[in-house]
Design a protein around this ligand. Structure first.
Ligand SMILES: [Zn+2]
Length: 82
């Protein structure tokens, strides 16, 4: 969602900084100039959690592929021992 949830205008990214009013640091957020709506920037840039199982499965698939490759290489090898 790159647009304001209230009015649909494009968000303006406000980088993290320190508030001049309160002197407190604030995180980056999106602001809407049209209706003064605000949203934390994290909710837009949040990365999906990496699934560790994916890596495990890919590693296993690689091993299986290598195994099949070895078997195929064995099958097509000229049988000189006959
Ligand atoms: Zn808005």
């Amino acid at each position: 969602m790159k647009n304001c949830s209230k009015c649909g205008a494009e968000w303006r990214l406000v980088k993290a900084g320190v508030s001049k009013k309160t002197g407190k640091p604030y995180k980056a957020f999106y602001a809407c100039d049209s209706c003064n709506n605000k949203m934390p920037a994290e909710s837009l840039t949040e990365k999906p959690q990496k699934d560790l199982r994916y890596d495990q499965i890919m590693t296993k698939l690689d091993a299986i592929e290598n195994g099949i490759g070895d078997i195929l290489a064995e099958l097509v090898k000229p049988k000189d021992n006959l």
